[in-house]
Design a protein around this ligand. Sequence first.
Ligand code: ZN
Length: 70
Amino acid sequence: MKCKICSNEFALSKKDTYIVFKNMGLFGADKYYDAVNCPQCGCQNVLGERLCEFGLKKVSESSTNKDGEK
Ligand SMILES: [Zn+2]
């Protein structure tokens, strides 16, 4: 991708991207964005809006390894 600030082209890797959010105030929901920092100038480039999931399901691990230790 190309940096919006310094026009430096750099490879976009998933591990370099992170999620930022914008507080929309009292009556708006927070908006989440993917962002990446330019390796050359260090400026933040916002990639796109990320919709946040409501009610994330937690993987229920059936941990039945309770040892009856005395
Ligand atoms: Zn840059």
